[in-house]
Design a protein around this ligand. Structure first.
Ligand code: 5GP
Length: 261
């Protein structure tokens, strides 16, 4: 599949056209940003790890019928994905209170929620991704009630799946953010899961120690982000136990694994 011109560049990924009008290439950058772009850095190897972890999760989602944009991983940093019109809403699911929820509502950090909480944020950096309600989504016609109900149903199933996947490898799924988009396939406006699911978009705590294995290591200056993401990848069985945690070795390892396929 030939890589065409750049269509879009976000904070952590770039989208390129391909010779097929319905498919694009999603490139994972090493850039890390937080607090609405106020904090920025480049962390070598992050894109490689997110590419692998997101591929692993999204390819498993097909088994439970959650349709998503992934076609296949192409190489260390790129995936072939379906072109979608991204819905300008961040869909957040929370199992444990932390982050913006605790700040906004004064809930104690680490409170286990009675049941998974779904929140919606408008995807708009200039406005700081403000929280919105179901009524906003319907009133501004960003989605109709049937579409939103379908997404909510998928969010609950996705949460159940991810909780189990991570629990099985000694990780608590605290919360996560996902995005959905409209495909153009066969002229129908079908909604599918897009973007990525990785330690950049989830909060993941070690089940025993509560050690943070996600992007909060960058947000809160905890260090060792690559070691934490590598730990997630190893536990999911994506990287072998003996692999060293340094970014350079992650990069080398990925290319060796790819060649040996
Ligand atoms: P919070 O609202 O507490 O900051 O984030 C809730 C969850 O959604 C966390 O898992 C966080 O990583 C994810 N999240 C929310 N907004 C964004 C965003 O703009 N980018 C990324 N990568 N993750 C986000």
């Amino acid at each position: 599949m030939k890589k065409g011109k750049k269509l879009y560049e976000g904070k952590a990924k770039i989208i390129y056209a391909t010779s097929d009008k319905n498919l694009v290439i999603q490139y994972f950058k090493d850039d890390a940003t937080a607090f609405n772009n106020q904090k920025k850095s480049t962390i070598e190897g992050k894109g490689v790890l997110n590419n692998r972890i997101s591929e692993h999760i999204l390819s498993n989602l097909n088994q439970i019928g959650i349709k998503n944009h992934l076609v296949k991983r192409l190489n260390m940093r790129e995936q072939l994905v379906k072109l979608v019109d991204i819905i300008p809403i961040e869909f957040i699911v929370r199992n444990i209170a932390t982050g913006s929820l605790t700040k906004r509502l004064g809930i104690e950090d680490g409170t286990v929620l009675e049941y998974p909480l779904i929140e919606y944020c408008l995807k708009d950096d200039k406005l700081g991704d403000p929280n919105i309600s179901r009524e906003h989504i319907l009133a501004f016609n960003w989605l109709d009630a049937i579409q939103l109900d379908l997404i909510d149903k998928n969010l609950k199933r996705l949460n159940d799946f991810l909780l189990g996947l991570f629990r099985g490898v000694g990780i608590k799924l605290v919360d996560f953010k996902v995005e959905f988009g409209f495909t153009h396939e066969s002229g129908k406006n079908k909604i599918i899961l897009a973007d990525e699911i990785s330690p950049d978009t989830c909060r993941l705590w070690d089940s025993i120690t509560d050690k943070k294995l996600d992007k909060d290591r960058f947000r809160k200056d905890l260090g060792d982000l690559i070691a934490a993401y590598t730990e997630v990848a190893k536990r999911l069985g994506i990287l072998h136990e003996q692999s060293n945690v340094s970014a350079v070795n992650v990069t080398k390892l990925s290319s060796i694994k790819k060649k040996s396929k």
